[in-house]
Design a protein around this ligand. Structure first.
Ligand code: GLC
Length: 557
């Protein structure tokens, strides 16, 4: 039984908006804040409580906003501070919450902090970034062997001062130096600035890379090409000295203290990479660090539709993050391939995974368009909008992308939201304009307007599930337990959610065949089926079995 007192953020549902692609209000082909405001009713109707926005701060947009040039201003592409205030007010008026994306690890090279820092060795901001001499003799080689996320040295040479600066991600994203107390204080003030404006939480971009070894020791060799949840290593390096440093775990405690003085309660969710055990440390020794972290297990193709692997992953998560820790469940985001493409666009399968996501113990994160079955779109690497795609265009790398579940160009998962079957899918009021990314060919079928009318649509399945979650306390606050189905464990997943006021069962049939299952209750009451037409569970009273149709998921009590 579970008697923990639950906070709003532990039972919320988060919807991620990539502002560039959600809704264009001006007709220039780029999504913007007024466009998002137009669509808040849609999100309210879907039942979403919390919206996380990928960054819309001032930025040269080399990484589409993850390269910030001013943390306290809105980029004119997206709107103004007035439009942000309006967005925030309308969200709160609807009883919903707003979460901003904070890129603390680095800035854009266009940020005035960096320009000052780069200007001379004795500039007061020199130490805001990480500058070092090159390797001796001659200084013509990077200071150590660290590799940037996409390979190649993580250092860039500046001739004017004959030194190198460090970047973990891309060369136009220099890392800030968190060992300098001025940097920390300024970043904390930026967080307070937005919290004072009423934002309800922050998503913290690549937080595991905030600190680096003070002596810049070389990373040891590792036989690992791509990052996984088993090892903190990639590109043949064990990331011992450039990620997940002990200082980071102290830093998150400071962040927690900073947000904790605010009422009503705010939350922090970390984008951190490492093993599940490493991730657990970000929750703090007494659950007093980040409120939650993204668990990326379900964004990988290895798990896509395999009940045994799913059960073993959830069991591991439950074991490492038991109550009162809050796990997260997500299938995609603006960096990852669309999950429905892994399912070959099979809507029935998507409904099973949606049922799973919305009934496991933890916070579900839905990436915009998942609810209508938006899938990957093909783009040429050479002309990709995403800087990663352009970088990869020089190499024949498709296998790597499959292995890591990352798109070689993230354009694939960032295409305009599909609102209706009209020209430009209703994304922009201008039917003639070319949207910043091409629209998926499937927009005529998979769009909000169509799916709203169809009771069997994926959209309506999300809606019904979100409603069921809202109506049943055990789905929000209950503890979690798998039910062993013996021989059927490789075809079905079954579990219960247990709360003192309610016990509820979730049964999911991953196979294409009808299955009979022993019912755990003599009189099960069906409260949800992925088949919207199904109204009750037929029980064979003699034997106490219920049937699940092929690829059907049910919830009953
Ligand atoms: C994170 C973001 C990604 C961005 C990178 C650098 O991984 O999710 O989109 O490019 O950090 O900020």
């Amino acid at each position: 039984m579970n008697n923990t007192k639950y906070k709003w953020w532990q039972k919320t549902i988060v919807y991620q908006i990539y502002p560039r692609s959600f809704k264009d209000s001006t007709g220039n082909g780029f999504g913007d804040i007024p466009g998002i405001i137009e669509k808040l009713d849609y999100l309210e109707d879907l039942g979403i409580e919390t919206i996380w926005f990928s960054p819309f701060f001032t930025s040269p947009q080399q990484d589409h906003g993850y390269d910030i040039a001013n943390f306290r201003e809105i980029d004119p592409i997206y709107g103004t501070m007035e439009s942000f205030d309006k967005l925030s007010k309308e969200i709160h008026d609807k009883g919903m919450k707003i979460v901003l994306d904070l890129v603390l690890n680095h800035t854009s090279i266009e940020h005035h902090w960096f320009k000052e820092s780069a200007s001379s060795k004795d500039n007061p901001k020199r130490d805001w970034y990480i500058w070092r001499d090159g390797k001796k003799p001659g200084g013509r080689k990077p200071p150590n062997n660290w590799k940037a996320i996409l390979g190649g040295p993580a250092w860039s040479y500046y001739k004017n001062t004959d030194q190198w600066f460090y970047f973990h991600f891309l060369p136009f994203q220099p890392d800030l130096n968190y060992r300098n107390p001025e940097v920390k204080e300024e970043i904390f003030n930026i967080m307070r600035f937005w919290l004072d404006k009423g934002v309800d939480g922050f998503r913290l971009d690549i937080l595991h890379t905030i600190f680096e070894d003070i002596e810049l020791k070389n990373n040891p060799f590792s036989w690992t090409l791509t990052e996984s949840d088993k090892k903190s290593a990639s590109l043949f390096q064990h990331h011992k000295y450039d990620t997940n440093l002990p200082e980071t775990y102290d830093f998150v405690l400071e962040l927690r203290k900073l947000v904790e003085v605010y009422e009503p309660e705010r939350f922090l969710v970390g984008e951190v990479f490492g093993t599940l055990k490493e991730l657990r440390k970000y929750y703090g020794p007494d659950n007093n660090g980040l409120h939650m972290n993204f668990l990326f297990e379900f964004t990988s193709s290895a798990l896509s539709f395999n009940p045994k692997k799913i059960v073993s992953t959830v069991s591991k998560i439950e074991q490492i993050l038991p109550l009162p820790y809050t796990p997260t469940y997500l299938y995609g985001n603006h960096d990852r391939d669309r999950y429905i493409s892994r399912l070959k666009d099979n809507i029935q399968k998507a409904k099973i995974l949606t049922t799973l996501q919305l009934t496991l113990r933890g916070v579900p994160y839905i990436y915009y368009g998942e609810e209508i079955g938006m899938s990957n779109v093909k783009f040429k690497l050479r002309t990709s909008e995403d800087p990663i795609g352009r970088k990869f265009s020089k190499f024949p790398f498709p296998i790597i992308s499959k292995l890591i579940g990352f798109s070689l160009t993230r354009d694939r998962c960032r295409t305009p939201m599909q609102w209706n079957a009209k020209n430009n899918t209703g994304f922009t009021p201008n039917p003639e304009v070319k949207p910043w990314l091409k629209i998926s060919d499937n927009y005529k079928k998979n769009n909000v307007s169509n799916e709203e009318k169809n009771p069997e649509s994926l959209l309506n399945c999300y809606k019904r599930l979100i409603e069921v979650r809202g109506d049943n306390i055990s789905l929000q606050e209950g503890s979690f337990e798998f039910i062993n189905l013996g021989k059927l464990n490789n075809k079905c997943i079954a579990y219960k959610r247990i709360h003192e006021k309610q016990e509820l069962f979730v049964y999911l049939n991953f196979s294409g065949k009808e299955i009979l299952l022993k019912t755990p209750k003599s009189n099960p009451e069906l409260i949800f089926s992925t088949l919207s037409s199904r109204k009750k569970l037929d029980i064979d009273v003699l034997d106490g079995y219920i049937n699940l149709n092929p690829l059907e998921g049910v919830i009953f009590k």
